[in-house]
Design a protein around this ligand. Sequence first.
Ligand SMILES: Nc1ncnc2c1ncn2[C@@H]1O[C@H](COP(=O)(O)OP(=O)(O)OP(=O)(O)O)[C@@H](O)[C@H]1O
Ligand SMILES: [Mg+2]
Length: 289
Amino acid sequence: MRITQKIEGRIGVSMTESTVAAGAPGKTPKTKMAIRNATKVYETRSGGVHALDNVSLDVREGEFLCILGPSGCGKTTLLWSMAGLHSLTSGDIRLGNEPIVKPHPEIAMIFQDANLLPWRNLAKNIELPFELKRKPPDRALIARLLDRVGLTGFENKMPRELSGGMQQRASIVRSLSVNPSVLLMDEPFGALDAFTRDEMNLLIQEIWMETRKTIAFVTHSIAEAIFLADRVAVMSARPGRIAEIYDIDIPRPRSIEIQTEPDFIKRVLEIKSRIQHGRGAGGPRVAIT
Ligand SMILES: Nc1ncnc2c1ncn2[C@@H]1O[C@H](COP(=O)(O)OP(=O)(O)OP(=O)(O)O)[C@@H](O)[C@H]1O
Ligand SMILES: [Mg+2]
């Protein structure tokens, strides 16, 4: 059974006039992507691997949804299915009314690795999706996005000349340049050092506030999930199911410092205890960062 739990309370941080309340109280949220009974069994030489079991979840239009769960619980499997990169064993995933059975132009994916082609400079990497679709690149939008993420002037650099954070910023620009309405992110900042990760979390928060794209963001980090999300969906250990969904009502913009506030820590511990409680003995550990 899916439980929706509201964690009450505001974090005592000073907010500017542009503060945006998380969620939209009073309005019935519109579903952007509907996942229904998604089940995935990988057939392997040594037998079937039951990765997802009857996952049902609505991703709401314009929300920032974080998906959290222990290693191997099927987060990547779920995201790949949402991106149309592989098929489900049973169940279905829809964008509006459209079943997602192959990659869709409105859905972009960002991986843990920036996946830049080492022999192409930054500009040529960002233009790749346009080349693949034989469309002219939207250079005005790309220039705006590069400026937005602080990469103007780096267009001619090769990936090896860029830091990990810069490479991941470039991959964000590449994804946004095709103007998707849904952004799927699979532990995009997991390989970055703590400071760069904080910077990237602030950046993605700003980008989300400016664009209101629908974002589904997979992470191992409970703090990162609470910091970013409107809702946090917690998955149980494999076969992955949605164990619980938490509404995060912290107003935005959220500062990195809120993570040291007692109320924030309380939320982290609550989710951590839910994950540990739901985990079988000897199951995988969840890295708390
Ligand atoms: N192509 C595949 N073939 C066979 N089994 C697979 C395949 N991809 C994933 N699995 C298995 O499915 C389960 C779920 O894997 P998945 O990568 O979705 O988990 P995850 O939650 O993303 O883990 P992590 O947090 O470590 O990234 C795991 O047991 C994994 O070994
Ligand atoms: Mg994964």
